[in-house]
Design a protein around this ligand. Structure first.
Ligand code: LMR
Length: 398
């Protein structure tokens, strides 16, 4: 049976991690997978996370099963973080919540939930979108449609084309949006655009489906939740998938949440029963450790403050890296305008170079980024900036 199998190509993002690991060049530079790195090039465990883990070591009393929804305290804290603790959607109990194995678990369970609600609903995804959205959602059998999002020439959102295409969506379709820090482009909707999207969803009965993987790494924790909160105030139903990989640095602990917002508390309870049934049939229940860390931090004022401070340092450093990169590129005499990098948010931007130039950076300089020229800005640091800029300048002048 297995001898007939064909080998599959490596994942376009995770495959880069392996290539980078095996590269023996001491100058190698990883701008591929989306992880935050500090000035020393490390991805450290946040101090608030360490402190929470130390508490858990003495306070945890059991490792017994937790159930498909995961920890109710984690779900509550996560809800407050995303929707804002004073919002009516929370007070009216309109949200069914599940702790999930990372943002990927949340997205896949969202797709299973969508499929369980109706086989006719389509999910509209941005072009481009995070590469793993396609297998995560499409693998559940959900039909996917694309809407234009990033204009590679203008280096900005093609909002009119996006809205015109979305006029084709029908009632009961889902609109997948990135809550902030669009992956891969870094180009985010502004407040007027969020408002227009909310009105469109409301008018056409489209259900917003928000992937919120970078809350706090764009403009601020509350600022980055603007779109989610606006939509929660505007439409009766929506889905929100979150991840604690980046903002808590819990990558390998696989910690996320899926929220199903329904029209009222009774419908939310029914939707929750459907969702938990799907979860039971897939992985039964989520792993505990990452969520235990997050709920410990978010239930303690001092730890919450410490975490917010650390997140602010990360956020400001990414913005500083964006500014510095553009300044150094300009100082190196590169004629092409890279100023758009300063206007984008989160870890990623498209450099806008060709796949061939990306390959040259990898072959000749051991600089790794996704073929599309998506670079992880947060993979740079002061020491490596000039190496990167001179390699880029050289490749552009070939
Ligand atoms: C990325 O986009 O690089 C990250 O979200 C990691 C991943 O799983 O793809």
């Amino acid at each position: 049976m297995f001898e007939g199998l064909q080998a599959l190509p490596q994942d376009p993002i995770l495959g880069l991690m392996l290539k980078f690991r095996d590269d023996t060049n001491p100058d190698k530079l990883d701008l591929g997978v989306g992880v935050y790195k500090d000035e020393q090039g490390n991805t450290p465990i946040m101090a608030a996370v360490h402190a929470a883990e130390a508490q858990l070591l003495t306070s945890e009393t059991t490792k017994t099963y937790i159930g498909p929804a995961g920890s109710e305290l984690f779900n509550q804290r996560s809800r407050e973080l995303v929707f804002g603790s004073d919002r009516s959607v929370i007070k009216d109990n309109r949200i069914a919540s599940a702790q999930t194995p990372g943002g990927c678990g949340a997205l896949r369970m969202a797709a299973e939930f969508i499929r369980g609600c109706s086989t006719d609903s389509k999910v509209w995804v941005s072009t481009p979108t995070w590469a793993n959205h396609i297998p995560l959602l499409g693998g559940a059998g959900v039909p996917l449609k694309e809407y234009p999002y990033y204009d590679y020439d203008q280096k900005s959102i093609q909002f009119d084309a996006m809205m015109a295409t979305l006029e084709q969506a029908t009632k009961g379709d889902y609109l997948l949006l990135h809550g902030c820090c669009h992956n891969p482009s870094g180009a985010d909707l502004n407040r007027d655009q969020w408002q227009a999207v909310a009105e469109l969803c409301s008018r056409k009965g489209i259900i917003p489906f928000i992937d919120m993987a970078y809350q706090g790494l764009g403009n601020g924790i509350d600022e980055d939740a603007h779109g989610v909160r606006l939509l929660a105030d505007t439409v009766p139903e929506m889905l929100v998938a979150t991840s604690c990989s980046k903002n808590f640095g819990l990558y390998r602990e696989r910690t996320g949440t899926l929220f199903v917002v329904a029209g009222n508390a009774q419908q939310a309870a029914i939707a929750g029963s459907q969702l938990f049934n799907k979860i039971r049939g897939h992985y039964s229940m989520p792993p505990s450790h990452g969520a235990a860390i997050v709920e410990t931090i978010l239930s303690d004022n001092a730890l919450t403050q410490q975490w917010q401070d650390e997140l602010q340092v990360m956020r400001e450093r990414i913005q500083w890296l964006r500014d510095t990169l553009v300044e150094r590129i300009t100082a190196a005499g590169v004629e092409r305008d890279f100023n758009f990098i300063r206007q984008q948010y989160g870890m990623f931007s498209f450099l806008g170079i060709t796949a061939e130039q990306v390959a040259q950076l990898q072959q000749d300089y051991s600089i790794y980024m996704v073929d599309s020229s998506r670079m992880n800005v947060a993979g740079l640091n002061t020491d490596r900036m000039d190496y990167f800029v001179s390699a880029l300048a050289e490749v552009l002048h070939r």
